[in-house]
Structures are given as structure tokens and as C-alpha cells.
Design a protein around this ligand. Structure first.
Ligand code: AMP
Length: 358
């Protein structure tokens, strides 16, 4: 496997906070980063050696970007297939195209997960009203209708609690390929952030427990309130998925857990560093961002243990303006992503508390 030595250049597709924190971690290891993003106000530009402002369909700009770096990666899963193909022609792309293909489409993703022997909610694809009615007959309620592509933070989704809710589905999916998914009666949501290096070494971080508000991650707490058996089982599932994808880099696997039965159902995978792994920056022996850089550069993976009890909270919109509170708290680590406009619900930063119980 090709090792990319410290001092080399890393290309990152996407210029949001994930790209920014990746570039910061990379620079500690002596790498320089080149960020590619269409948005002139990308927060990752502030901390990178080079940047290109161009659309993901601009093939000349993509080729020039890819030729300028020793390895390329991405910070979002909706990288168009053609964009990934061009970059992979000119440089090493890690993770590869397979991870994108699987994670961009909920149907392909669920088929893939089941083929790995990992349980998902029951699901059925539909596009038309007729197919939806057939899917509803099979899946029943409560259930969730979701578009197969481009859904995030609850967008393109509708809960079916009563028979009449079916009537609203086509207004949400608008005839786009979709799935109807059985509702999972879970007790908690967890995620496993796992790294696999180019040489095939795998290391999972301790499992995080996630609480969402209005479909957006609010907090991640480590350790999760789960048994050792569930913790081990969740890590094995994530490792199996990473190996089956021949994945290179850090990925997150989101899961639902039922306390009584101990059953774990995988909701989705994110082929990138993940919001539920931000706690690792100060709360773990190695941060998920450094681990991703180590994995794609084929360096030894770092240790993953937690440094005590850790809580990460997202700072949305105007929450970011409370910096005096967090900066006066000796146990808090305040992160501002450098975004200018604190719109409601926008991820502006996060705060992490380490060892809150001691
Ligand atoms: P997703 O867009 O698939 O990540 O879903 C966003 C959130 O909706 C999840 O984190 C869950 O809280 C909830 N959710 C999604 N699908 C299901 C399901 N099948 N059963 C129960 N809750 C779900």
C-alpha cells in the first residue's frame, strides 16, 4: 500500500467544518492541505495551505486540484460519482468510490448492510403511489418514508403514524426513488466511529450515545449507557462493514439499540469523519480527524481510548455567541467553525466537556 509521508499534500473535497478540522489535524502531522469547494466562504479555507473555488462538475479544476496533491479525501458523502472518478484518475482517492456508491443511496446501503449480516429496519422501495401502497401493505405502521438520495437531518422524510399519513408521502418524496422503512422502537441511538488504514488495520473508538433534537445531533456522550456485550457487538458490526467495503479512512455507523432484547439495528453509515466523533478531539487518545489522516496516509493508527466521561454538544445558530460561558468553564473546550452567519439550526461550533463526573 502507498504510504503518504508527513510533509506531503492532502486534497480535501468539501470545505465545511469537517474539512477544516481535518486540515487542522493534518497540519499537526506536517501535511499541507488543498481544499476544493464551490463556496467562497468555506470555513476550511481559513486553515489550509491552498484552496480551489470551483463547482464539483468543473473537470479542469478537479484535475488540476488532484494533480497538486499526493492523496485526496472527502468530507461529505454526496460527492458526485463523476467527481470522484476524475480525482481517482489523477491521484489516490481514499476512501474509494464504493463507499460513496453505498452510502449515497438508502436502498443500496440497506441491501449492502444486510449482505454483511448486519440487521437493518425492514424496508421496501417505491417511487409511484401504487408502489407506495404495496410497500405500506408489507411494512405497515409506524414507519418512515425516506427519499433514497440526498436526505440529511430529517429532510425528505415523513413519519407514518396513521393510515391517512400515507396521503402526504408523495408531496414529500415528489416521485423520487424512495423507501418505506419500518419504525424501530429503540431505547437509544449510538454510533461507532471506526478507522481502517490502507494496510487494513482497524481501530474503533468507544461507542458514543447520541441525542437528536429536531433531527439534528444535539449531544454525544461517552461512555454510552450500554452493556459491555452491546459495546463489543456494535464495534464488531462496524468493523465488519469497514472490512466489507475495503474502506480506508474514518467512518461512522449509526445504530439503534433496544435495551431489553439487546438488539442492534444499523440505521446508516457515513463514509467520513462524523459529528458524533467530535468528542474525540479532547476526549480520546487520538482524535477522529488525526485518525482519518493516519488511515488515508497509511500511518500506524492511534490509540482510541476515552479520557474519562465525555460530553459533546453542538452549538447551533446563536448558541455560538455564548463563548464567555464556555471559555469560563475549566472543563469545557469551545470550538468555533469560523462561519459568519449564525442562522437558526446551523452548525456553528461545538463544546466538549471531559471528565464531567470527577
Ligand atoms: P436518518 O436521516 O435516517 O439518519 O434519520 C434521522 C433520525 O430519524 C434518526 O437519527 C432517528 O432518530 C430517526 N429515525 C430514522 N429512521 C428511523 C426508524 N426506522 N425508526 C426509528 N427512528 C428512525
Amino acid at each position: 500500500m502507498t504510504q503518504i509521508k508527513p510533509g506531503s499534500k492532502i486534497g480535501i473535497l468539501g470545505g465545511g467544518q469537517l474539512g477544516r478540522m481535518l486540515a487542522m489535524a493534518a497540519s499537526q502531522l506536517g501535511y499541507r492541505c488543498h481544499i476544493f469547494c464551490p463556496d467562497v466562504r468555506s470555513p476550511a479555507f481559513h486553515v489550509a495551505a491552498d484552496f480551489t473555488i470551483a463547482e464539483y462538475g468543473n473537470e479542469d479544476a478537479l484535475r488540476e486540484f488532484a494533480e497538486s496533491v499526493d492523496v485526496a479525501t472527502y468530507e461529505f458523502e454526496n460527492v458526485p460519482a463523476r467527481t470522484a472518478e476524475i480525482v481517482a484518475q489523477e491521484t489516490i482517492l481514499r476512501p474509494g468510490a464504493k463507499a460513496l456508491e453505498v452510502s449515497q443511496d438508502r436502498l443500496v446501503e440497506k441491501d449492502f448492510l444486510n449482505s454483511c449480516g448486519v440487521k437493518t429496519a425492514p424496508y421496501k422501495a417505491f417511487e409511484t403511489q401504487e408502489q407506495l401502497d404495496a410497500a405500506y401493505k408489507e411494512i405497515g405502521r409506524p414507519s418512515v418514508a425516506k427519499t433514497r438520495r440526498f436526505g440529511y437531518d430529517g429532510k425528505g422524510q415523513l413519519m407514518i403514524k396513521a393510515r391517512k399519513d400515507i396521503d402526504g408521502v408523495m408531496d414529500v418524496t415528489k416521485g423520487a426513488p424512495s423507501i418505506l422503512e419500518g419504525f424501530v422502537n429503540f431505547d437509544r441511538e449510538i454510533s461507532v466511529v471506526v478507522a481502517r488504514s490502507a494496510s487494513g488495520d482497524v481501530a474503533a473508538f468507544p461507542v458514543g450515545e447520541n441525542v437528536h433534537t429536531n433531527h439534528i445531533l444535539d449531544t454525544t456522550t461517552v461512555p454510552a449507557q450500554i452493556s459491555e456485550v452491546i459495546e463489543a457487538k456494535a464495534k464488531v458490526m462496524a468493523t465488519r462493514i469497514a472490512n466489507a467495503l475495503e474502506y480506508v479512512g474514518v467512518m461512522a455507523v449509526e445504530m439503534f439499540v433496544s435495551d431489553g432484547s439487546g438488539e442492534i439495528v444499523v440505521n446508516e453509515i457515513a463514509p467520513r469523519v462524523h459529528n458524533s466523533g467530535h468528542w474525540t478531539i479532547e476526549g480520546a487518545a487520538t482524535s477522529q480527524f488525526e485518525q482519518h489522516i493516519r488511515a488515508i496516509c497509511d500511518l500506524p493508527l492511534g490509540p482510541t481510548e476515552a479520557r474519562g466521561k465525555v460530553v459533546m454538544k453542538n452549538l447551533l445558530g446563536k448558541d455560538i455567541l455564548d463563548f464567555e460561558t464556555y471559555l469560563s468553564d475549566p472543563k469545557a473546550y469551545y470550538h468555533h467553525y469560523g462561519k459568519q452567519d449564525p442562522r437558526d439550526g446551523r452548525k456553528m461550533g461545538h463544546v466538549t466537556w471531559v471528565n464531567t463526573d470527577e
